[in-house]
Write a protein that binds this ligand. Structure first.
Ligand code: NI
Length: 196
């Protein structure tokens, strides 16, 4: 089932999300619905708060980037198979130089901005079977992970922009929260009047 994606301005996007365990009700269904929702919106990642659930769960399928000639062949090979469920993820360390990438977010349609992040992350997470993994991600895989990880900490990529950029985007962000936007997927807007 395709779920509505929560738009910028909804308080759920600002929550530090809670850990879950294997007893979480209907987790398989939730993950399947999140996958369907993400693919329907042509996203490469989706975090649980974006569908209204403040829990430490996000999914990534960066395989579309595997076809993108903007990335090196080495990166593309990794991205082709970068399709996972991350539960209770933690960043152990971040290292390397900061590099810039033009990011977008399904909760913030029509806005893309350059964001600086470090190039390498050591992470720990559980998969959909609650098996623990420790891993090192670099480059664009690290980037997608960092963006989704921020979501479960209540952080959005627009928070990372300069004061000037934020000022320029203020009105546009306000409009998104009021539903004055045309996204080609289902959304839920916090400040939309005449809610259905
Ligand atoms: Ni996002």
């Amino acid at each position: 089932m395709i779920l509505p994606i929560v738009a910028y301005g909804d308080p759920v996007l600002r929550k530090v999300c809670k850990k879950i365990d294997a007893d979480f009700p209907k987790l398989d269904l939730l993950i399947a619905n999140m996958r369907e929702t993400m693919y329907n919106a042509s996203g490469v990642g989706l975090a649980a708060p974006q569908i209204g659930k403040p829990i430490r769960l996000f999914i990534i399928d960066a395989s579309p980037f595997g076809e993108d000639e903007d990335f090196s062949e080495e990166d593309r090979e990794i991205l082709k198979n970068f399709n996972r469920v991350f539960i209770n993820a933690q960043i152990l360390t971040e290292e390397g130089d900061e590099w810039v990438f033009n990011e977008g977010c399904l909760s913030i349609p029509d806005i893309r901005e350059d964001v600086f992040r470090q190039e390498k992350v050591h992470i720990e997470y559980e998969d959909e079977n609650f098996e623990k993994h420790t891993e090192v991600l670099t480059g664009i895989a690290a980037r997608v992970f960092q963006h989704e990880y921020d979501h479960i900490e209540g952080i959005l990529f627009t928070d990372k922009l300069s004061t000037l950029k934020k000022r320029i985007l203020k009105k546009k962000l306000e409009n998104i929260s009021k539903g004055k936007i045309n996204a080609d997927y289902r959304m839920r807007f916090p400040k939309l009047k005449n809610k259905k």
